[in-house]
Design a protein around this ligand. Structure first.
Ligand SMILES: [Zn+2]
Length: 206
């Protein structure tokens, strides 16, 4: 059995969405061995930092919250699709070149996985691709960008997927992962009422 880490490391210099300084996480030690006989810290972090699972509330008023996403939806078989040859976006036509089974959890590997800094032109899932995946009946979509879409007014990719009950994972790191089938574990923190939460995501290959 092989376990493959597909999570971003969380630290102050990590890439964050649009490089906004206020989005950088802060790890603060509230006590350490200079003042105590134990060490304790707290983390100040945005919910869309690093590898995270988005819940429908992120884009849909009254939508479901992250604590209510069933674990069975994010601890599941998955299929990694390699789109590293694409420069801009993943469209319905690109997805039509692959076999996608109903119920599949699809992870989209792109050139984003090879970038160490935030790329304002990151490869994203275009609205047509989201509609294609909805019609294919997938259960979830993960991508190796801090957003699953960019430059699409009204966020149609997010909304198309959320309205169909499809799970979205963002911020994956898939450079070391070949196209194929794996077992995915990407359980978000169980934060009641939140629209998103960080997750430690990894793949298992038996
Ligand atoms: Zn997000």
């Amino acid at each position: 059995m092989k376990v493959i880490d597909i999570s971003m490391s969380i630290h102050q210099a990590m890439p964050v969405y649009k490089n906004k300084p206020e989005k950088k996480p802060v790890l603060k030690f509230v006590q350490d061995f200079t003042i105590s006989n134990s060490c304790e810290s707290e983390l100040i972090i945005g919910m869309h930092t690093g590898t995270h699972v988005d819940a429908p509330l992120h884009m849909l008023p009254g939508g479901n919250t992250v604590d209510r996403i069933s674990l069975a939806k994010v601890v599941t078989e998955c299929r990694v699709l390699d789109f590293t040859g694409l420069q801009d976006k993943i469209t319905a036509n690109n997805l039509a070149t692959r076999e996608i089974q109903p119920g599949a959890f699809i992870l989209l590997k792109t050139k984003n996985s090879y970038k160490q800094n935030f790329d304002f032109n990151f490869v994203f899932l275009e609205q047509s691709g989201a509609i294609y995946l909805k019609e294919a009946g997938v259960s979830g979509v993960g991508i190796d960008a801090l957003g699953i879409e960019r430059d699409q007014p009204g966020h149609p990719t997010h909304k198309t997927l959320f309205e169909a009950g499809i799970i979205i994972i963002e911020g994956l790191r898939l450079a070391g992962v070949e196209e194929g089938n794996y077992f995915l574990c990407a359980a978000p923190l169980k934060v009641v009422g939140a629209e998103s939460a960080p997750a430690r995501a990894f793949l298992i290959r038996f």
